[in-house]
Design a binder for this molecule. Structure first.
Ligand SMILES: Nc1ncnc2c1ncn2[C@@H]1O[C@H](COP(=O)(O)OP(=O)(O)OP(=O)(O)O)[C@@H](O)[C@H]1O
Length: 271
């Protein structure tokens, strides 16, 4: 059974349409990169996948269940299947890194266990958080306060939270946006390796088109809330990339699909 099935899903904010009717399936264990220019609707879609935004129309089934037809209690339980690492994680500044990471273990834990884990983590939980942070080159910040971290370090804390979570679906919203190019590659490798090793499904929005096309077997592209591409990166032509990012390219003419590779902008990056 598909893990996610969207049929004619739309999202609306007041009178404004954020996502045009969208239908797609995502299978268990898939790794999907979500690309598109700024404002294309990536975050909006991820929030819908996370059952955080209610569709204006259409359906979204997660593991066969339409969360929006369930009671709020049942929907809350269904949400335990997924974890979203938001683009700007709302991490309390005075919180310790270890606590922020272990929050990834909360879904499914009892209240008593959650409180113990967060406020007085035992050695096993501290080790779990340390291991995740260490893979992201942040092991030495386990006991730091979040307000002592840089933006890129806080972003890696949000990724570490994903790594410790037991959710079947990992949703990552631009997890590399505050990282330098070298570190971005390493962090993405850790995330993808962990998802593969543990059989998680990964949907990750990225502005790094080159990484999306090189490292993901499936790319979904949005433009102005519309799905404009869904398939393997090899089939994503230069012309399509030009169209996806047209507003970033200052209306430069679309390159032919057989355009030679250059070191320049997005249009050449997938081939
Ligand atoms: N609550 C809202 N009310 C009105 N418009 C909204 C709301 N949330 C998002 N939008 C608009 O919807 C569009 C899509 O936003 P979204 O954040 O999903 O884009 P994005 O592709 O994630 O962009 P970025 O790459 O800049 O993060 C944008 O034009 C945004 O201004």
């Amino acid at each position: 059974m598909s893990l996610l099935v969207l049929e004619g899903l739309t999202l609306q904010a007041g009178a404004r349409r954020l996502i045009e009717p969208l239908s797609l399936r995502i299978e268990p264990g898939e790794q999907v990169a979500l690309i598109g220019a700024s404002g294309a609707g990536k975050t909006s879609l991820l929030h819908a996948l996370a059952l955080a935004s209610r569709p204006a129309s259409g359906t979204l089934r997660l593991d066969g269940q339409d969360g929006w037809t369930l009671s709020s209690h049942a929907r809350h339980r269904l949400r335990r299947m997924l974890m979203l690492a938001p683009q700007h994680p709302p991490l309390p500044p005075r919180q310790r890194v270890v606590t922020a990471v272990l929050a990834g273990r909360l879904p499914g834990a009892s209240m008593a266990r959650s409180l113990r884990m967060l406020f007085s983590p035992d050695e096993a939980h501290a080790r779990l958080a340390f291991d995740a942070l260490d893979r992201l080159e942040l092991g030495d910040r386990l006991w730091s306060r979040l307000d002592q971290l840089s933006g890129g370090e806080r972003q890696r804390v949000a990724v570490a939270r994903l790594l410790v979570s037991q959710a079947r679906l990992w949703l990552a919203d631009e997890p590399l946006s505050a990282l330098d190019p070298q570190r971005a590659q390493r962090v993405l490798a850790v995330l993808q390796d962990a998802a593969r090793a543990e059989g998680r499904t990964l949907v990750c929005s990225l502005h790094q088109v080159e990484l999306a096309c090189r490292l993901f077997p499936r790319v979904i592209a949005l433009r102005q809330g519309r799905l404009v591409y869904d398939g393997p990166p090899q089939d994503l032509g230069a012309r399509q990339l030009d169209e996806i990012y047209a507003d970033l390219l200052n209306e430069s003419p679309a390159a032919p699909d057989d355009a030679p590779l250059t070191s320049a902008p997005p249009q050449a990056m997938c081939r």
